[in-house]
Design a protein. Structure first.
Length: 214
């Protein structure tokens, strides 16, 4: 399998049998489009039950590893159950599509034959959250689920990593979503901010904000 077989993440989604809504497609396409950048930040807020784990987190992670066989993906969350019961089972189901990838169940780790790696974990130790770095042959994607609940010192440690793309994602009780790209300054207040026109920003000329279908 080569990147040429899947020119974008949506072709990979089809191959994996993952259907995505338009708003989910815009998020994963934006991550895909900026994957070769440096220190690109995104924030996504979404209500529970809309498929953020499979259709955003798992799809973005699988695309990163497929596109960059030597790349690195870090997935972390506040709650171990989010990793154990949500992310890992969902990502594990995708592995049948990638028979050359090797999963280590006890460590929530997946390795590619070329030396790429995905790791999913929780931690309350800032030292364990830093020390991940990109290089030209091994770009780094970091995904922080339940970002609003992560202690500030952990977020600061993650931000010291030399990532290519950093995705913050959090559940909202409101049936709305916001994605903010290349945010400057503190990210977490943007996850708490009410949904107003002033909190929307332009991404590639598009106003990125959607109401979810009821």
């Amino acid at each position: 399998m080569t990147p040429l077989e899947f020119p974008n993440v949506l072709r990979l989604a089809k191959y994996c049998g993952i259907s995505v809504y338009d708003w989910q497609a815009r998020i994963v396409l934006e991550i895909d489009d900026t994957a070769e950048g440096k220190r690109i930040k995104f924030a996504v807020r979404a209500p529970n039950g809309v498929g953020k784990t499979q259709r955003i987190i798992c799809l973005a992670a699988a695309r990163w590893m497929q596109r960059f066989p030597k790349g690195r993906v870090i997935v972390t969350s506040f709650d171990a159950r989010q990793i154990d019961d949500q992310f890992w089972p969902a990502f594990r189901r995708l592995l049948s599509k990638f028979p050359d990838w090797h999963a280590v169940e006890a460590q929530h780790k997946v390795d590619t034959p070329q030396g790429g790696r995905l790791r999913a974990f929780t931690t309350d130790d800032p030292g364990r959250a830093e020390g991940f770095h990109r290089d030209d042959s091994s770009p780094l994607l970091v995904i922080i689920d339940e970002a609003k609940s992560i202690p500030a010192q952990i977020l600061q440690a993650v931000d010291r990593c030399s990532y290519n793309v950093l995705l913050y994602i959090h559940i909202s009780i409101r049936k709305r979503l916001m994605i903010s790209s290349r945010l400057m300054g503190p990210i977490i207040p943007s996850l708490n901010r009410p949904f107003t026109v002033s909190s929307w920003i332009m991404v590639r000329g598009l106003l990125i904000s959607w109401n979810f279908p009821s």
